[in-house]
Design a protein around this ligand. Sequence first.
Ligand code: FE
Ligand code: CA
Length: 178
Amino acid sequence: MPLNFAIYTDCGGDIMINDKVEDILNAQINKEFYSAYLYLAMSAYFDGIGLKGFAHWTKVQAKEEMEHGLKIFNYIIERDGNIDLRTIEAPVKDFQDPLQVFELILEHEKLITGSIETVANFSEDECDRATRHFIDQYISEQVEEEAQVLDVIKMIKMFGTECPIMYHIDKELMKRES
Ligand code: FE
Ligand code: CA
């Protein structure tokens, strides 16, 4: 008697991604590239006020965001899906001071964390285990992102924003490699 596999294949088994998961992943690519834009705007601001270390830190982060976007891009292609590159919004460019910028970063990264969690829940609802698995690395990444930003906020709050202190914090941020 042949085995009845039908009962096990409720989720299908197609490498091609479904339209809804494809859509949410394309939206996530846009968010990652928008994040890169936002960090670049911040980097330019820091460069303008002479904080080279802050400028460096945010530029490294911008590159990382482009990599996040690119990885999703590659994933959609791997799943035989369609790439839909959308308009990238212009980021804010008026910033007050380093603390305000880092608080803005934290707020932004929390939105991204929420967005990644939505992708995870959504792919689970859509029975897309591959995407659910793929997005796990982004969930861990967001924990790291928020922690790193929080470290800088704590440092600024703890030591203050007087010139000699900022000088040292700036030197510290210059050490970031990836
Ligand atoms: Fe990211
Ligand atoms: Ca990171």
